[in-house]
Design a protein around this ligand. Sequence first.
Ligand code: ZN
Ligand code: ZN
Length: 367
Amino acid sequence: MTPDLPPMDVRGRASRLRGRFPEVGIDALVVTHLPNIRYLTGFTGSAAVLVVGSDDLVFVTDGRYQAQAAEQLAATGIEAVVVVRATQAEQRRALMDAVKPFPRLGLEAHAVTWAQQREWCEAFTTNLLVPTVGEVEALRRVKERGEVERIRYACGIADDALGELLPTLSQQPTEREFALELEVAMRRRGATGTSFPTIVASGPNGAKPHSRPTERPIERRELVVIDFGCVVDGYCSDMTRTVSVGDPGPEARHVWDVVLASQQAGRDAVRAGVTCQAIDSASREVIEAAGLGDRFTHSTGHGVGLEIHEAPRVARTVGDTVAPGYVVTVEPGVYLPGVGGVRIEDTVVVTDEGSNPLTAFPKELVV
Ligand code: ZN
Ligand code: ZN
């Protein structure tokens, strides 16, 4: 079951991060957001702080992670000073020692709590604390081949699991039963978990974009929104299909056709050099032209990687310009309160030539 996945260059990431320091105006970055620590070191535990200095790494954790940190950092070839301290006070003292050489110290403003900020302000008296936002996340937008292959593998598992489970829809399982079976099918294929709580939203429940599965039996001839994903070696997949067991009627068919055309337009727009805003517009214009613009109540997509929602946002707001290695979703939807909803989503990787889908499950309304 262990997939044969290409290695990742974890070691090279800290030096790419350091390359951003002059522009940001810092001499070191204190990394507290755990997915960022994983990205920079390979560590998967739930407690650590990483100081990325001008030419060294100091990794501070507690006794629970002594062995795991040593193993995981060795496996990625990271050269870091690993400091294991039992209490928070001792960990703070170790951090104070680690940051001493750096006058201007970046903190991840989006990940540091107010309490931490106050505490560190008092502790790091010789440093100027500089709030930074999204510095490691900016690197994470461009995926290495090894990262893309992990996402591709997770997407493949999700495709296969849905293929196995879709025929059981005709037996009228409840939303919860169907979601559970889908999750089990992904785990059986090697996923370590789901990348977010599975959405199975039938009939009127589909009008809520983030509906949670209920005890409602899935009926025939109604729309079912299935939005789900799994995790492989830390990397997430994300896909939505909207289906119906039997013909759901002309109104539902029309809305589904509009969303499919919108999704295709968005996907066609994904290529290096376009803005995320342009991708959002390409999808949104199709839905607006059908008179359903006010029923498309969310942004068109998001980046996917170590986190299910990460940079960039594919939205109406001014944002990133897409580059090769970006992995983003395209997921327009139309939601009719009291009636139901349609969302269709793929995860795609941007290439030198255009983009390739990582999710490949067929898009068919009637199953
Ligand atoms: Zn999704
Ligand atoms: Zn998504």
